[in-house]
Design a protein around this ligand. Sequence first.
Ligand SMILES: Nc1ncnc2c1ncn2[C@@H]1O[C@H](COP(=O)(O)OP(=O)(O)O)[C@@H](O)[C@H]1O
Ligand SMILES: [Mg+2]
Length: 252
Amino acid sequence: MEHAKEGIIELRDVTLNYGGDDVVKNVDLDIFSGETKVILGPSGVGKSTILKAVLGLIRPVSGTLRIHGEDISKLSERDLVRIRVRMAMVFQQGALFDSMTVGENVSFRLRELGLMDHEKIDERVNETLSFVGLHGAKKLKPAQLSGGMKKRVAIARALAPNPEIFLFDEPTVGLDPVNLFNIEQLILKLKQTKKATMLIVTHDVESAMFLADSIVMLHEGKFIFEGSPEALKNSKDKRIQTFLDPGKVELI
Ligand SMILES: Nc1ncnc2c1ncn2[C@@H]1O[C@H](COP(=O)(O)OP(=O)(O)O)[C@@H](O)[C@H]1O
Ligand SMILES: [Mg+2]
């Protein structure tokens, strides 16, 4: 795929761990402006760990991790805040504040940033809730929402500050087929209308195929594939075939 575009996220020879064994080993990864990259792999291989590193929540033990050309592995907490403002993370569990209304959840970052007055914030909340199809839900509390609605609020909260980079951790996990469809459509709409750069991690093969411009497959802390969804499907690598279709390989 041609991308004469700016590299937005760049990992070079990055190793990550939590003080014990290496979880992610010497990986390289490039995500370009406007691209949707999916990191695919089974549970426990280090997908969420990579997202945490991109957010600067954990630091690489070696290698460089650049966001917009700046190596964040050496930045202070204060400088990391400046970088994080341009990113939005949608956590696996939604991570909504239960005591706040939907509107307050969506406006949380905006209030924290302090760049807009009350009226502008309210306008932005309405706009964002409409975008995710929840304009009527502003006054509700998370406890009154279905799983799919919570997910959409989490997306609205991420979208509200108009970030350049979206990070999604398992956006489709645990959703019923209708909500799964709706959330995938919503991510597609984000991709098409906001021209955002997206890094999605998932173990859901179908979602990865549907959403990705480019897929990387993580296996035992290393990337063993990078390419289009089509190329992944046609891969002759046994490890990939087993992951994509466990039953089929079993029979051979
Ligand atoms: N906070 C942590 N402290 C120590 N080990 C962790 C922590 N978070 C994750 N791990 C370990 O790192 C490995 C990768 O985890 P994770 O990145 O969450 O995998 P994935 O998102 O692919 O399921 C697992 O072995 C997990 O137990
Ligand atoms: Mg995870």
